[in-house]
Design a protein around this ligand. Structure first.
Ligand SMILES: [Zn+2]
Length: 393
């Protein structure tokens, strides 16, 4: 089916059209053409931006805006998807978008082509009911969320800022519900920090330890200290902060050789009692103390992006909660768990909340969405858009 022939008020047709684009990061495979074709008839001005950076794949992105004045309500999402995994394990081919017994199967069905389709359909329905709608509606769609997230949302936001474009509030359509629509709205995310420790020793014969310096016990000592200390016991909106050792490597295959170095990697998910800078400082102090006790010589480096953030309960959260309740009859919990999303970048520009489909099958074989959920989410989004502009009217 050509994108032009789609009914832009039908979230199921839009979701199917998007799934049929094999947009595994970094490929776009026509997905943004589908979005653009669905938005243009409603008066959206669509800008496509390809961002490039040496050593990373080029990424196609889209910013669409309808309206000239504020407030500007932005929907953020991604059309890229993770690989299909074991293709033979799928009920139907992952890019065919087949419906069986009221369930639509396909990679990206819930993460998150379905939500993009629902937001487009909701926008068309809202504008049909409010042709003189105040303010602006915009969509910020990247092709780089499941990848390195370098040539996507971060650069698109910077480009918007350069142009003097303001976002007043943002809804990220990541699948936020564990079981059913209405479970949870994400109002923040923990920070995520990666660390790597390399302990240096001196290689030698295992029978002559005095002539060598074994880095392995020193690294273990250090990791034991990092792992066993309690960072905090959680806050009103966040789970306790947590450090997990994720990689342990000693490049050695011989049992009679003391190795020259030992390496470990770890990940810390931290809450709003901390900042990225303070967490790094805490790790440095703990490593220094452990190294003093063991005599370890080590290098410590940090990587990863995404500081902790919280959108405090206020008008934006209330408007979305009310929309969810009005359509589903359920009161969503306001949560901050789970992995990071592009909301971590957007929160530096405007208040941001996350609400989308059910996340039970994301990144799995047989990723799927109940067809009924696509209609329900469309109605929630339409109600949210109406509530947002009513509050600003
Ligand atoms: Zn996603």
């Amino acid at each position: 089916m050509q994108p032009m022939q789609l009914d832009p008020t039908d979230p199921v047709a839009l979701t199917k059209a998007l799934i049929r684009c094999e947009s595994v990061t970094p490929a776009d495979a026509g997905a943004l053409d589908v979005v653009k074709a669905a938005l243009s008839p409603a008066g959206f001005r669509c800008d496509r931006k390809v961002f490039v950076e040496a050593g990373t794949p080029d990424i196609d992105n889209l910013y669409a805006r309808r309206g000239q004045t504020g407030p500007n309500l932005c929907f953020a999402g991604h059309t890229d998807v993770v690989p299909v995994g074991d293709a033979s394990g799928w009920t139907s081919p992952p890019f065919e978008a087949v419906i069986k017994s009221g369930v639509l199967y396909g990679r990206g069905a819930v993460d998150m082509k379905g939500a993009i389709a629902c937001f487009i359909a909701a926008t068309h329905r809202y504008l049909a009911a409010h042709p003189e709608a105040p303010g602006s509606i915009s969509l910020l769609i990247t092709g780089d969320e499941e990848g390195p997230s370098i040539n996507g949302t971060v650069k698109l936001l910077a480009w918007l800022k350069e142009r003097g474009e303001t976002l007043d509030a943002c809804l990220v359509g990541e699948p936020s519900n564990p079981q059913a629509l209405g479970d949870e709205i994400k109002i923040g995310r923990r920070g995520s920090l990666n660390g790597e420790i390399v302990v240096h020793g001196k290689q030698g014969h295992a029978a002559y330890p005095a002539k060598a310096d074994n880095p392995v016990p020193k690294l273990v000592w250090l990791l034991d200290r990092l792992s066993s200390l309690v960072l905090d016991t959680g806050t009103a909106n966040f789970e306790p902060s947590n450090l997990q050792v994720t990689v342990l490597e000693v490049p050695n295959t011989a049992t009679n050789v003391i190795p020259a170095l030992a390496r470990a990697k770890f990940n810390i998910r931290y809450n709003d009692l901390h900042t990225r800078a303070r967490i790094e400082e805490w790790v440095r102090l703990q490593c220094a103390a452990a190294a003093r006790a063991s005599g370890a010589r080590y290098d410590l480096t940090f990587s990863g992006t995404g500081d902790v953030f919280l959108t405090k309960p206020g008008p934006l959260v209330a408007t979305l909660s009310q929309a969810v309740h009005a359509i589903t009859g359920r009161t969503p919990a306001l949560t901050t768990g789970g992995g990071t999303s592009d909301a971590r970048f957007i929160q530096a520009y405007c208040p941001v909340v996350e609400f989308g489909l059910v996340n039970a099958t994301i990144h799995q074989v047989d990723e799927r969405v109940a067809v009924a959920d696509l209609e329900t989410l469309t109605q929630i989004y339409q109600r949210f858009i109406a509530g947002f502009f009513a509050a600003h009217g």
